[in-house]
Structures are given as structure tokens and as C-alpha cells.
Design a binder for this molecule. Structure first.
Ligand SMILES: C[S@@+](CC[C@H](N)C(=O)[O-])C[C@H]1O[C@@H](n2cnc3c(N)ncnc32)[C@H](O)[C@@H]1O
Length: 433
């Protein structure tokens, strides 16, 4: 049964009554069971005092939300197909701010059709996403409305939160409730019992802040994208677009027919396999079985060494920028590699950028905070050296990655098409090198 549309996002007096009932009993809502699931749309929940953190979150605890009113609202407000509708847990006043910022929220969107993937059993990690044909970096693999969006952290006692989340699930379309019950819960292998908190903690992604809730962020539960497994050498990235309220999964590396599509559950800058595995186990309770973590012996030592170098590049980007600027000021010299007494290469700024990019590809690890600065140095450096082919190539890669991470090429494609028309082309020559 589809959820009812709320007459207004503002809580009514009777709904506030429901809220206090939730708070007092710390358990189920007081709406009649006769209404059946899906009938509690617009229900108001008062956040009880206390503090609760989603199991996977690394965010600081918040105290400011205690006593604020939460309500479940289904978007889009006119009933549509369940797979396009999202239950959103909003604090009072946030719905109005969303409509004000994005008239007609949520805006329509398109997704690739037919889908270039299927969800299948992939073995040790259970369900996963497999590509049905070759996918180019920057291309959209999947775009979908979440089943649910909610604050990443709700300040309430854990038992209260459990009941709040159960109520949220009960307020959804029956089809969506049934789907949520099929999702994995890493804390609970007994498939007969359902714990909303466990399922949410296993499958939710962090999204951007929503207007009216600025410092802590929201998390969302997707349909197919929540089936995508983690890899420390991921070939895809997940973004969230608030205007259309969609998760967008895009390729960051070429994906071949039959490849598993993966993304990285960790943030950037994790150096070695041991550190990554410890963090994944601590946050999500699984031992990573990705290709990078399965390496042993010398292959693993090498990979750890290269990942440490990449992490240093990510953290030390200012120093690398200075080194690159120094190379330009020196007149962009092209010299044979200089090896020091310890057998280490003394690299100039362009050579360091080239080695860093080659390591990213060797490790099949494109760090969100590293790729653009490295590719920008390569494009700029090879422009100054008037190497048209390399500028076209690296600007083309930057355009693809920019599309993957932001949805647009942000000017890189024009640089790739016309290297000679950029400000950088042969710049040092004009200065009289
Ligand atoms: C968001 S779900 C991904 C879909 C999941 N495989 C399923 O069957 O629904 C996350 C869960 O998948 C499993 N998983 C994902 N990536 C993994 C990896 N690299 N190694 C081992 N298990 C993984 C873990 O059990 C994790 O808690």
C-alpha cells in the first residue's frame, strides 16, 4: 500500500501527540495497527535525550538535536512507484528548506537503460555487482533514489533509536520494507531476525548535508548500489546528488564485461594492507577479500611500500606543488634521472608527478584527493614541454575522472582537444627560456 502524502511538512497537533507517545513508551508509535504498514507517513518522532552513534560513523557526537522533532516524509510527495520513492527522516523545518532551495524537489533524473550490470552471488562476499559490458571511466553505471535517508547520527538512547528505526521501516512502501529485509546485517547472521540498526550500519553511505542540518551529514540506503562490495583497488565511485536525491555510481577505471564493480568504503590515504584491514574490521566487521588484500609475500610488501608513497603524496601535496613550481622556475629542464648514494632517484616536480601517476595505475588505486593535482601537474608540465600527445592523453584522463567524481569534465576535455590553446602551452618559451 502506498504511503499517504502529508498535507504539510509541519507537524499537526495530533502528530505531536504521537511523538510524545513515542518518547514516553520508548517503543512503538501510537498510530493504530489497523492502518497497516505504509500508513505512518508524516509521523512525528521526538528525539529523546541521550546519545547514539551509527555503528559505522566516525563523526563526533552531537548534543544539539536532543528534543528536536523528527518526522518521516516520503519523497516525491505524490505517490509514485516504490523504486522511485524515498523515506526521509527530517528534523522539523528541513522539508521547507529543501523545497525553497530546490523548487519541485526532488528533480527528475535519468539512469542508464538497460542497466549495464546485474546483481548476482559473487561467492565469498555474497551478493555483488557484475558488469554486463565494457564501461569507460566517467560513465554512469547506476543511478538510483535511496530507499531511506536519515541523519548519520541520532542523539537518543540506543534502545530508543532501535524503535525509531523500526517505525521508519514500518512507514515505508511494503515493497521497500521487504527489500530492506533482504539486505545484509554484518552483526547478525541469523537471517530470521531483522534489526534495522544492523542493516543500516552495514549498507548505508554517507551523503552531503541537508539544508537545516549542517554539521553532521545524512546517510542513505540504496537498492542496487548497497550491493556493491568494497575493494582497496576500486573501479567505481559513489556520489550523491541532492537536487535529484540520487546516488550515482560511476566508473573510475575501465571495467570489462564480467568484472565485479567495486568502490572503496574507506576514505583516502590508508597506507598498508594491515591498516586497511584493521579499519574495515573495526568499522564494518569484515575481513577484506579484495585483490589488493589477498596479495602475499613480496607482492604484498611492494604494494604496501607503494601505497605508503601514495599516502605521502596525498598528505604532502603542498611540498609536491612547490617542487613542481621550482621545476618550472628552473626553466622546465629535461634531464636524465639522478640516482643518489642510497640508490634513490632525486626527482624533479614533473618526474615525481609521472612516477606518482604510474603508481596509482600499478596499484589500481585512484585516490579521490590525489588524482587531480597529479594529472594537473602532468598536463601543465607536458604543455610547457610542448608534448601534445601526452597533454591530450592526461587531460582526457582528468576529464573522465572529473566526470566520475563530479558529473562534469570541468574543462579538461577542452584542454585535451586543444592543448595548444591553453595558457600553459609553451609558456616558458614565451618568457624567453
Ligand atoms: C554493503 S554490503 C555489500 C553487499 C553484500 N555483499 C551483500 O551480500 O548484500 C557490505 C557487506 O558485504 C561484505 N563485503 C563487502 N566487501 C567485502 C570485501 N572486500 N571483503 C569481504 N566482505 C565484503 C561484508 O559482509 C559487508 O558487511
Amino acid at each position: 500500500m502506498p504511503p499517504k502524502t502529508p498535507a504539510s511538512l509541519k507537524p499537526h497537533k495530533s502528530q505531536v501527540g504521537v511523538a510524545s507517545s513515542v518518547q514516553a513508551r520508548h517503543s512503538t508509535v501510537s498510530t493504530s495497527r489497523d492502518e497497516g504498514p505504509g500508513e505512518r507517513q508524516g509521523q512525528v518522532i521526538k528525539v529523546p535525550a541521550g546519545t547514539y552513534r551509527c555503528p559505522s560513523t566516525e563523526l563526533p557526537k552531537r548534543s544539539g538535536d536532543a528534543g528536536r522533532t523528527l518526522m518521516v516524509v516520503t519523497f516525491p510527495p505524490r505517490s509514485g512507484p516504490p523504486h522511485l520513492s524515498t523515506s526521509v527522516l527530517l528534523y522539523e523545518g528541513m522539508g521547507e528548506q529543501l523545497y525553497e532551495r530546490y523548487p519541485g524537489f526532488p528533480l527528475p533524473f535519468t539512469s542508464p537503460s538497460p542497466a549495464p550490470y546485474k546483481i548476482v552471488d559473487v561467492g565469498a562476499t555474497d551478493a555483488g555487482m557484475i558488469a554486463l559490458h565494457t564501461i569507460t571511466p566517467g560513465d554512469t553505471i547506476a543511478r538510483e533514489r535511496p530507499l531511506l535517508l536519515m541523519p548519520h547520527v541520532i542523539n537518543a538512547n540506543p534502545s530508543d533509536v532501535e524503535h525509531i528505526l523500526d517505525d521508519v521501516v514500518d512507514s515505508m512502501y511494503v515493497e521497500n520494507q521487504n527489500f530492506i529485509r533482504t539486505l545484509k546485517d554484518w552483526r547478525n547472521t541469523d537471517k530470521a531476525t531483522f534489526r534495522a540498526q544492523g542493516v543500516f550500519g552495514t549498507n548505508m553511505f554517507q551523503v552531503t548535508d541537508l539544508p537545516g542540518h549542517d554539521d553532521c551529514g545524512y546517510a542513505g540506503l540504496a537498492r542496487d548500489i548497497s550491493r556493491v562490495n568494497h575493494s582497496c583497488s576500486p573501479n567505481a565511485h559513489v556520489a550523491f546528488d541532492l537536487e535529484t536525491m540520487t546516488f550515482i555510481l560511476r566508473a573510475i577505471l575501465p571495467i570489462m564485461k564480467g568484472d565485479e564493480v567495486t568502490y572503496c568504503y574507506l576514505g583516502s590515504g590508508f597506507p598498508g594492507a594491515a591498516a586497511r584491514q584493521e579499519e574495515l574490521e573495526r568499522r564494518y566487521g569484515f575481513v577484506c577479500r579484495c585483490t589488493a588484500c589477498k596479495l602475499t609475500g613480496t607482492a604484498r610488501e611492494n604494494s604496501d611500500y607503494f601505497r605508503r608513497m601514495l599516502a605521502e603524496r596525498t598528505l604532502g601535496y603542498r611540498r609536491d606543488d612547490l617542487l613542481f613550481a621550482q621545476w618550472l622556475m628552473d626553466g622546465a629542464p629535461v634531464r636524465p634521472p639522478k640516482i643518489d648514494a642510497n640508490g634513490q632517484e632525486d626527482m624533479d616536480g614533473l618526474r615525481l608527478a609521472q612516477v606518482t601517476w604510474d603508481l596509482c595505475l600499478r596499484e589500481r588505486y585512484i585516490d579521490e584527493n590525489l588524482w587531480e593535482q597529479v594529472l594537473a601537474r602532468l598536463v601543465k608540465g607536458y604543455s610547457v614541454l610542448k608534448d601534445e600527445e601526452k597533454v591530450q592523453f592526461y587531460a582526457g584522463v582528468a576529464g573522465q575522472l572529473s566526470k566520475a567524481y563530479t558529473g562534469t569534465d570541468r574543462g579538461w576535455d577542452a584542454v585535451s582537444r586543444n592543448p595548444r590553446r591553453t595558457d600553459w602551452w609553451a609558456k616558458l618559451d614565451k618568457k624567453g627560456r
